[in-house]
Design a protein around this ligand. Structure first.
Ligand code: KG4
Ligand code: ZN
Length: 343
């Protein structure tokens, strides 16, 4: 058994996987209610709550997997990128836990854990695969050539897709995090009502940019004197707001898929994958499936519980290395940013 720990942002998570990579338990304790009044994550609060929650979350993961500490052969933990204070809580805890048990520990890159997540439930997904990782902090397209060989195809020049959804939702007075709310309320709106611009494709350019769509959204609200009132889940919203949300969501998804399509043409991978919190978005999931079908390849999208931050993907990412006998040195440090070789 392997224990996974994830504390890179605002979710405290622990998971137990067996040595074949099958998930035996996955527990996530969300801090959404703590950060919601501030409309975004407060790093100091996040790390304090990780410290408070982690022992209970790990205990619950072991109990629901029906295993004890002595069944563990390794501990895997997110070392970065993320909020340094939050990362240090999980990393220190995991190191101490592994050393106490006398087992190896593996420091894992959070984005690579997201990147590996389509394989948790679809281990047959072939390589090379083009994987779109879209979360609150990242919008990256990767070419995953093998479990250990990853090339960066493109990244965002400014906001991440999740950030662009969360920020505009905040201006509408919708609760944090806004991405899932925009997804839900868009069902009642007309996605063609507001003609948001689509970032232009420069020659050969595959990078993402959400600042133009986001600025156009704010401009549209100001120009038309529209302001969203504070909203309670379940209460009705005005038609203009539903139309606005549906149109904005469509444009964000159009942009994600347009660049991914160009990368598919360029690299002709054997599969398409989607990962990260924004991969919960239903429109993006169906448009990704359409894209893969257009290219005659399979589409691997994790269940929503493996899209948002979770420790199962962290342990899963560490698996090939641990099975090959690799582990991280005791002085492995937390890191805020990561880079990958470009395609
Ligand atoms: O991967 P994640 O849990 O954390 C980071 O590593 O950032 O992603 C969180 C992001 C947030 O921006 C949230 O609004 C977005 O994922 N998100 C969604 C949906 N569910 C979560 N965005 C759009 N539609 C959803 N259904
Ligand atoms: Zn994440």
């Amino acid at each position: 058994m392997i224990l996974g720990i994830e504390t890179s942002c605002d979710d405290t998570s622990a998971a137990v996987l067996d040595w074949e990579g099958r998930v035996r338990s996955s527990v996530v304790s969300s801090q959404n209610l703590i950060h919601a009044p501030y409309g975004g994550i407060v790093p100091e609060l996040a790390s304090r709550h990780h410290l408070e929650n982690l022992p209970a979350v790990v205990g619950e993961a072991l109990a629901s997997a029906g295993v004890g500490k002595t069944d563990l052969r390794a501990v895997a933990v997110t070392a970065g990128p993320g909020l340094l204070g939050s990362l240090l809580v999980g990393l220190s805890y995991a190191k101490a836990y592994a050393f106490g048990l006398g087992v190896p520990f593996a420091a894992v890159n959070h984005i690579e854990a997201h990147l590996a997540s389509p394989w948790i439930e679809h281990p047959e997904t072939p390589f090379p695969a083009l994987v779109l990782v879209v979360s609150g902090g990242h919008s990256h397209l990767f070419l995953r050539r093998s479990p250990e060989e990853t090339l960066l195809v493109s990244a965002t020049r400014d906001d991440a897709a999740g950030e662009a959804l969360d920020k505009v939702a905040k201006f509408l007075g919708l609760p944090y995090p806004g991405g899932p709310v925009i997804d839900r309320i868009s069902d009642g709106g007309n996605p063609k009502a507001v003609p948001f611009p689509l970032p232009r494709l420069s020659a050969g350019g595959l990078d993402y940019s959400f600042s133009g769509i986001k600025t156009a959204a704010l401009h549209h609200l100001r120009k038309n004197g529209l302001t969203g009132a504070a909203w309670e889940e379940g209460s009705p919203l005005p038609a203009w707001e539903l139309d606005f949300a549906a149109s904005y969501q469509k444009r964000v998804v159009d942009h994600l898929i347009q660049r991914a399509r160009k990368a598919m043409l360029l690299h002709r991978p054997s599969a398409f994958g989607l990962a990260g919190g924004v991969a919960c978005n239903r429109l993006l999931r169906s448009r990704s499936a359409d894209l893969a079908e257009e290219f005659g390849v399979g589409c691997s999208i994790p269940s929503p519980r493996y899209c948002t931050d979770n420790a199962a993907m962290v342990a899963f990412r560490a698996m090939p290395g641990l099975r090959a006998g690799h582990s991280s040195p005791p002085d492995a440090d937390a890191f805020a940013n990561a880079i990958w070789p470009r395609c």
